[in-house]
Ligand binder design. Structure first.
Ligand code: C2E
Ligand code: MG
Ligand code: MG
Ligand code: MG
Length: 276
């Protein structure tokens, strides 16, 4: 009986949506609570120069402990935090953590650049550029030692506003990278309009290297970067074959499990020591 079946589907769909909604609200409530109780962590993943494998920088990555040494993936909770507007406060906290971490390392004689991911809602806050500048001044971090990673979604949101904000930050001396390059749906024309320093080749194009199709894309991104005067960094490098391929194409830097996974500060310091 078709009609009944349809109704059945509708009811089922609605309860699924309700369940989803309840789940999301529960996660957001817990995240807000854990954030307020200072339970979030920032881990750091090393970024190395292909030329001599020296440490150039680190990417700051959020970690949300869920007990027993487990963590909820930022791939799950960052989008929820973005929807809930919570990413604005969390993102500012990550930036402050990164600044303090940068300064602690510099005081120990290790001067590297720390990259921080920035979401669309953060850019929309009035005075965002000034807030970032104030934060760096507060911790006396040199602007060249903080890099903002923005995705194509940021660029696509309100290009004129983003250009203005990034130009302001660029004049201050902050580094800007396009994250997950090539996975968004934006036109390439924004590359000419934005003050960029780096392109991050997404893991999706690194995964199958040196297989033919991904090889072609990696090659194109590296060549594009060179033409535009931008540095290129590959993320998600797990094998020597991938590394060899990227290096031979002229990719500048590398970040991946093959070299180092994201790690808390204590381990990062050990890692730096072990490289000396
Ligand atoms: P992303 O910015 O593209 O960060 C790189 C992701 O690739 C990280 O995942 C990192 O752990 C992972 N990765 C690096 N090398 C390898 C590798 O060799 N193999 C594999 N399989 N993965 C590798 P993670 O830490 O789970 O973060 C996922 C995403 O969550 C990030 O992607 C970023 O979009 C978002 N995120 C993390 N922290 C923050 C934050 O503080 N703010 C914002 N707005 N987003 C964040
Ligand atoms: Mg990133
Ligand atoms: Mg990325
Ligand atoms: Mg990625």
């Amino acid at each position: 009986h078709a009609k009944k079946g349809n109704q059945g589907n509708v009811v089922c769909y609605t309860s699924d949506m309700e369940e989803q909604m309840t789940w999301r609200l529960g996660i957001i409530r817990q995240l807000r609570q854990d954030f307020e109780n200072n339970k979030l962590e920032v881990w750091y993943q090393p970024q190395l120069a292909f030329s001599d494998m020296s440490l150039k920088g680190c990417e700051a990555l959020l970690r949300w402990p869920s007990g027993q040494g487990n963590y909820i993936s930022p791939e799950i909770f960052v989008p929820l935090a973005e929807d809930a507007g919570l990413i604005v406060a969390i993102g500012q906290w990550v930036l402050e953590q990164a600044c303090q971490q940068q300064k602690r390392l510099e005081n120990q004689g290790v001067e590297i650049c720390i990259a921080v991911n920035v979401s669309v809602p953060q850019f929309k806050v009035k005075g965002y550029a000034q807030q970032v500048k104030d934060t760096l001044l507060k911790y006396q971090v040199k602007p060249k030692n903080i890099e903002l990673e923005v995705t194509e979604s940021v660029v696509m949101d309100e290009l004129s506003m983003v250009i203005e904000t990034l130009q302001d930050l660029k004049e201050f001396g902050i580094e800007v990278a396009i994250d997950d390059f090539g996975t968004g749906f934006s036109s390439l024309s924004y590359l000419q309009k934005l003050p960029l320093d780096r392109l991050k080749i997404d893991r999706a194009f690194v995964k199958d290297l040196p297989e033919k199709d991904s090889g072609a894309i990696a090659k194109l991104v590296i060549a594009l970067g060179a033409q535009l005067g931008l540095k290129t960094i590959a993320e998600g490098v797990e094998t020597q074959a991938q590394a060899d391929f990227l290096k031979q194409l002229g990719c500048d830097e590398v970040q991946g499990f093959m070299y180092a996974k994201p790690m808390p500060e204590v381990e990062l310091i050990q890692y730096i020591e072990s490289k000396k």
